[in-house]
Design a binder for this molecule. Structure first.
Ligand SMILES: O=C(O)CCC(=O)C(=O)O
Length: 335
């Protein structure tokens, strides 16, 4: 994927900002304008505490896994080498996730718990992202952390790239508790989200996205590249110390990472979600129909296999289903 593909896929709001920041300030909400300018926006106290409470109750299952339903063992885990090798929670052999090594993340809890799904697409997130993308957002993945990721600095677009418009990428950082300075908080560099201004990193053959087969070989060059971009741009780090209920949304090219843990006894419970626009989601297929375009949802299928039928976006309500059935019966008895 070449730099031109990144630049061509920038959301309209971002193009407007790049061309004419004052026009962007007039056209968009203050929050979106700040995001376009800084690559990050913090929305204090916007999250629903009842929803967070429901997620807490589900997460309490991970504090005594021997007593939890066995299906939880199938949840995918990632993070350090040992987490990657384990692959699933059951293989980690841990009873209480507070005892896990830093970096452990639980993948896609939104597909296991309604509470996580509801938080990932809650109104403060979807209304902000709809304005950014000019279309409804779609969730690409969610990551749940009990402790800091201690992840080195990076830009998400080089790693999260299964969607079709690579620059349509943003993420939400949702604290599940008040975050302590010594727990390894999120660190980021405001205004680092213009990779074309300091030159894209070359992951091989001019590609702006990392290839998992060769990623390790580029590790130190990428680190040097980011450090140079930071010092050349005079960028300064910010540490995010939110209270529960706050929300941070960052740009897919913002330089950020998980800072090192100072006090290992502290948790840093957080929920991180990555989004693209609905039209760019890997399970959405766009097709041309006469004068316009349509969108349909497909489940991922292995190459060569039959595409699985589209998944309906919404299940019709009971009343609607009864009304349709009655209509069909009436039609059948009259015609
Ligand atoms: O929360 C963190 O420590 C970092 C998360 C992160 O960098 C990411 O998910 O891209």
């Amino acid at each position: 994927m070449k730099p031109s593909a990144y630049l061509k896929s920038l959301p309209l709001a971002e193009r407007v900002y790049r061309e004419d920041p004052l026009l962007a300030q007039r056209l968009y909400s203050e929050e979106l304008y700040r995001y376009l300018r800084d690559g990050v926006v913090i929305l204090p106290g916007v999250l629903d505490h009842a929803l967070l409470g429901a997620f807490d109750r589900d997460l309490s299952l991970f504090l005594d896994l021997r007593a939890a339903p066995a299906q939880l063992g199938q949840i995918e885990v990632d993070g350090r080498g040992e987490h990657k090798r384990a692959g699933t929670l059951a293989n980690l052999g841990i009873n209480d996730l507070r005892d896990a090594l830093s970096g452990l993340r639980l993948n896609d809890l939104h597909s296991h718990f309604d509470s996580a799904a509801s938080i990932s697409l809650c109104e403060p997130v979807t209304s902000f992202l709809s304005e950014l993308f000019g279309s409804p957002p779609a969730l690409l993945q969610s990551l749940t952390f009990f402790k800091s990721s201690e992840q080195p600095l990076h830009q998400d677009f080089s790693y999260v790239n299964s969607h079709s418009h690579i620059a349509e990428l943003a993420a939400a950082w949702i604290p599940l508790e008040d975050i302590h300075h010594d727990s390894g908080p999120l660190v980021y560099y405001p205004r680092s989200h213009f990779p074309d201004r300091y030159g894209f990193f070359d992951w091989g053959n001019g590609s702006v996205v990392a290839d998992y087969a060769t990623i390790d070989a580029y590790y130190s060059a990428y680190k040097e590249y980011l450090n140079r971009a930071i010092s050349d741009g005079g960028l300064r780090p910010a540490t995010y110390l939110p209270r529960r209920g706050d929300l941070l949304i960052w740009h897919g090219a913002l330089v950020h990472g998980g800072s090192p843990i100072i006090n290992p006894a502290l948790t840093r419970k957080s929920f991180v979600c990555h989004y693209t626009s609905l039209a760019s989601h890997p399970q959405v297929k766009r097709f041309r129909h006469q004068q316009g375009f349509g969108f349909d949802l497909f489940q991922e299928s292995s190459p060569g296999s039959q595409a699985t039928p589209p998944v309906p976006l919404f299940k019709p309500s009971l009343q609607r289903r009864i009304a349709s059935k009655v209509k069909r019966l009436v039609k059948a008895s009259f015609f």
